[in-house]
Design a protein around this ligand. Structure first.
Ligand code: SAM
Length: 244
């Protein structure tokens, strides 16, 4: 997969050189290219923003600068490239969104700043037949789209074949196919700060461990995210689950 990220702060994307994403890039599993939006500005000050039509606080990012940048980046892209625009007014970015994006060949992420990007940019690329996803990473407002781009790239990249060393790690995770949060996890030592690891996990009894983990996942999800429990498919619950 190829991912282009366009930002006025390309240095903000440096963490994409680290850890699993960095290793995936080195291994050729992921091609990430970061671009400075100001390279497409046309004046000597490399201006990318202007005052909002209709008045009001702050500045808005200019559509002509974004258009020039995205035309160039998309020109080198697969015809099916998707444009991802982080914005607090977008649809919520979830594990399902990450899974859908992980099937794409090419993503282009446009990081806004100030009051955001002129609304004609998303409209223009949609009119041209480009799939545009305006996504929010949560109900809060950040200063810019770079942190959201890091979230999107990491969530998508770890789903690509070969990126996470043991693909089993992806199976029982929170927000996975079961629709539950993950059960609590423990490692050595078995006693720490006066706290014991649950006895069942030391038993070596696989069926009991699986049942305990399922119960813990259900209980934790009910306590922390009752909205996820409401969304569970009842057909996927056994009698033990329903008794909890
Ligand atoms: N005026 C905008 C509004 O109220 O919807 C907020 C603009 S915000 C200060 C600047 C940029 O940060 C946005 O264009 C977007 O790229 C990014 N951003 C801020 N919060 C975000 C969020 N929750 N999810 C995704 N991107 C976000």
């Amino acid at each position: 997969m190829r991912i282009d990220v366009v930002s006025i702060f390309p240095g903000y994307l440096a963490p994409l050189e680290l850890s699993l994403v960095g290793k995936a890039r080195t291994a050729g599993l992921l091609d990430v290219r970061v671009h400075d939006l100001r390279d497409w500005a046309s004046d000597k000050h490399r201006t990318v923003d202007d005052t909002p039509f209709g008045g009001g606080a702050g500045m808005v990012m200019r559509p002509d600068v974004w258009g020039a940048a995205l035309d160039d980046v998309l020109a080198g892209a697969a015809p099916s490239a998707r444009l991802v625009v982080p914005t607090p007014s977008g649809t919520t970015f979830t594990q399902r969104t990450a899974e859908a994006l992980a099937h794409e060949q090419h993503l282009v992420v446009a990081c806004g700043r100030y009051e955001g990007i002129d609304a004609r940019v998303a409209a223009h690329y949609r009119e041209r037949g480009v799939a545009v996803d305006e996504v929010s990473i949560g109900d809060y407002v950040l200063n810019g789209g770079e942190v959201a781009a890091l979230v999107v790239v990491e969530a998508v990249a770890r789903l690509l074949p070969g990126v996470v060393g043991n693909p089993e790690s992806l199976v029982e995770e929170s927000h996975g196919a079961a629709g539950l949060l993950e059960y609590p996890v423990y490692t050595k030592p078995p006693r720490w700060a006066g706290l014991e690891v649950p006895e069942v996990l030391l038993s070596g009894h696989h069926a009991r461990i699986a049942r305990w983990r399922r119960d813990e996942a259900l209980t934790r999800t009910a306590e922390r995210r009752p909205d996820l429990v409401v969304a569970l498919d009842v057909a996927g619950l056994d009698t033990h689950d329903l008794a909890l």
